[in-house]
Design a protein around this ligand. Sequence first.
Ligand SMILES: C[S@@+](CC[C@H](N)C(=O)[O-])C[C@H]1O[C@@H](n2cnc3c(N)ncnc32)[C@H](O)[C@@H]1O
Length: 353
Amino acid sequence: MGQEMTLPIHTPVLLIETVEALAVQPGGRYIDCTIGTGGHAIAILERSSPGGQLLGIDADPVAIEVARARLGHYGSSVLLVNENFVNLQAICHKYDFLPVHGILFDLGLSSLQLESGGGGRGFSFQQDAPLDMRFSPHQKTTAADILNTYSETGLANLIATYGEERYSRQIARRIVAERPITSTLHLVQVIERAAVYRRDKIHPATRTFQALRIAVNHELQNLESALKQAIAVLGAEGRLVVISYHSLEDRIVKRFMQQESKDCLCPPNVPVCACGHRASIRMFTKKALTPSPAEVRTNPRSRSAKLRAAEQIMHHSDCCSAVEDHCPPARLEVGKRRRPSVIKKLRIAFSAM
Ligand SMILES: C[S@@+](CC[C@H](N)C(=O)[O-])C[C@H]1O[C@@H](n2cnc3c(N)ncnc32)[C@H](O)[C@@H]1O
């Protein structure tokens, strides 16, 4: 594509931290579920050389074309797929890309979508454009469809839930009064006319735009589904790294990792485990990693980034029928960690007798 030189290239966030958290090794097999313009992908390919392989996924066909142009010289080490990561497992099976050593999700939007061609897609409230906001042209519903067809209550709930906007009701009322709304700057004016007093420093349209984008692209549902699939396609000790940019995403990632790193999900008052849940990952970022002040200075878009990472763990029954001596060290840990929770439950059971 001869266009890539004029399109904005996204500056990858937490680049060194990401490559470290993925523990990228020569000859490894990695998936970048949100390849964007390929910044993280280049670092992964460099570090996994010789012999590394990368499967890059993006729902946005423009991102795939830019990534293809930038990563062309890596030849057959790279496979690019214009797909939604909600189909992660199916994609891996289709391309026989299993199991993998590391999976990256760098969520949200790229500079490519916010600027230039992105202005035309309605993601930015700073440029006038039709209210589209779809990552992929194959999706049916646009932001304009939602704005112009939802009930006032439906809009208020959407803006409150996905935008965490405290003035959602006032904004929804105004939108309904001024419909049809088809362009970004028209929507910005409507939000400003909702005449709400704000103390926060962000632009008054920020939260409503976020809410619409999340709804149009089913972002939270897709993330929840893809995280589960990621665990399934990771090989033993494979790494999962997720960079999120707002609290709704980060909450999903944090809860998922916490839950999947526990051996039992029964409520604390249940004396003996009834759920049978077993840990599938080990978290190694109790607190999320965030960009340094220097990174935020040079790339202000990184300011809200949070990186969380985990490692896939395997159960004895999956590898050696619980004969611990036969397990490699990382698998042994699983057995060791399971005991305290069982002992704790037995203690509770006995003390209740
Ligand atoms: C923050 S950018 C990634 C930037 C990339 N790491 C880089 O260095 O250029 C996020 C990308 O994820 C893509 N994306 C978001 N949700 C997606 C989904 N559900 N499936 C596939 N791609 C998605 C967007 O189209 C966007 O290109």
